[in-house]
Design a protein around this ligand. Structure first.
Ligand SMILES: *Cc1c(COP(=O)(O)O)cnc(C)c1O
Length: 362
């Protein structure tokens, strides 16, 4: 049998139709493409952390329920006592776990543009994914259209990133409430950018049994650990837990995250600086001729560039050693759009300087 015939017979067509999620090689670049926290830890803290790691029993399997880490995450994130948690190897794994639990061909919805993994994983699993186009002028939810789609298709899951990636805005909370109350399925509020905003649905978890709130430590400053969680009604969490692999959170992640999260002041200082820089970057972008930034409650800013020049600008920045994200080819709403992650002040300055020079040379 030819290799292609072999592939055709064993790999599902929906997977063959996908392209793998690509991550650009950032070696040597000022890296402002992936919403990472740019700060590392002071040496004293690293030493203390390494002591914990040294004593970790990596010959043993990890705690399958990560009980002590769950307690710390619950306190750190002020999750109501009556809710339970599931941890994932990044929130990506939780999205996969949620979607794996659904009936075959169930409808899954998410706004577009939004986080690409909702669609990617849903399609990979052969689910009926439906994008809900955001309004073009302000990237808000088109609430009447969404309520209509919910009524017609009864989605098993709706994902809402709050703040949304890649647009950076917080959707209208009254519209989100209407989606929760009109939905006969689960509504997942993805709060990956919670460290950069005061708005959250965590407190409202106790009001709705179909609401789940998902978070990650990635954007906070621990992207390398791969740790996310979802909180919700204990009976729903109990069902989802059956689809989880038993040792999905490794020992080094458990002990490192437990250690890190007992230093909330350090993260508060770092995310505070990032938010201050976000405001400064927004102003600097908005005064540039031809650039219009979108208001952001996250650690990145989406901005529109002059007509049909986004890719040229992206490449010119790359030549100046600055890596951001080019979204201009993804969808019509993102035409001419680039996204920059907020870095250290000196990195942000280098970006603004390079962007100015690039625009002048256009
Ligand atoms: C980055 C991101 C995630 C993924 O987080 P991990 O925990 O690193 O897998 C999830 N949702 C949104 C909206 C994101 O932007």
């Amino acid at each position: 049998m030819s290799t292609q015939a072999l592939i055709n017979s064993v790999i599902r067509p929906e997977i063959r139709a996908l392209t793998a999620y690509k991550v650009a090689d950032a070696t040597g670049f000022i890296k402002l493409d992936a919403m990472e926290n740019p700060y590392i830890w002071p040496d004293a803290l690293k030493t203390e952390w390494l002591k914990r790691v040294r004593d970790a029993e990596i010959n043993r399997y990890p705690d399958p329920e990560a009980k002590s880490l769950c307690q710390i995450l619950k306190a750190y994130n002020r999750i109501p006592d009556t809710c339970d948690l599931i941890l994932g190897n990044g929130s990506d794994e939780i999205i996969q776990l949620l979607l794996m639990a659904l009936p075959a061909h169930a409808a899954v919805m998410a706004p577009e543009p939004s986080f690409v993994m909702y669609k990617q994983i849903a399609q990979c699993l052969g689910l009926n994914y439906q994008g809900l186009p955001l309004l073009a002028d302000n990237f808000e939810l088109d609430i009447e259209a969404i309520l209509g789609a919910i009524k017609a298709q009864q989605p098993a899951i709706i994902f809402l990133a709050y703040p949304n990636n890649p647009t950076g805005n917080l959707f209208d909370s009254a519209a989100i409430e209407r989606i929760i109350t009109h939905s006969t399925g689960l509504v997942i509020i993805d709060e990956a950018y919670a460290p950069f905003t005061d708005f959250s649905f965590i407190e409202r978890l106790t009001e709705y049994n179909n609401l789940l709130v998902m978070r990650t430590v990635s954007k906070l400053g621990l992207a390398g650990l791969r740790l996310g969680f979802i909180a919700g009604h204990p009976s729903i969490i109990n069902e989802l837990n059956k689809a989880r692999l038993p040792y999905n959170i490794n020992t080094l992640t458990q002990c490192s995250a437990e250690f890190a999260l007992t230093h909330p002041e350090m993260f508060a200082e770092q995310t505070g600086t990032i938010c201050t820089e976000r405001a400064r970057m927004f102003l600097q972008l908005s005064v540039l001729e031809g650039i219009s930034p979108s208001p952001s409650a996250a650690n990145f800013i989406l901005f529109r560039t002059p007509h049909n020049r986004a890719t040229d600008i992206f490449n010119a920045l790359k030549e100046k050693n600055i890596l951001i994200k080019n979204l201009s080819s993804q969808q019509s709403l993102l035409k001419d759009c680039l996204r920059v992650t907020i870095g250290k002040p000196e990195e942000n300055n280098a970006f603004i300087k390079a962007l100015k020079a690039t625009l002048q040379a256009l």
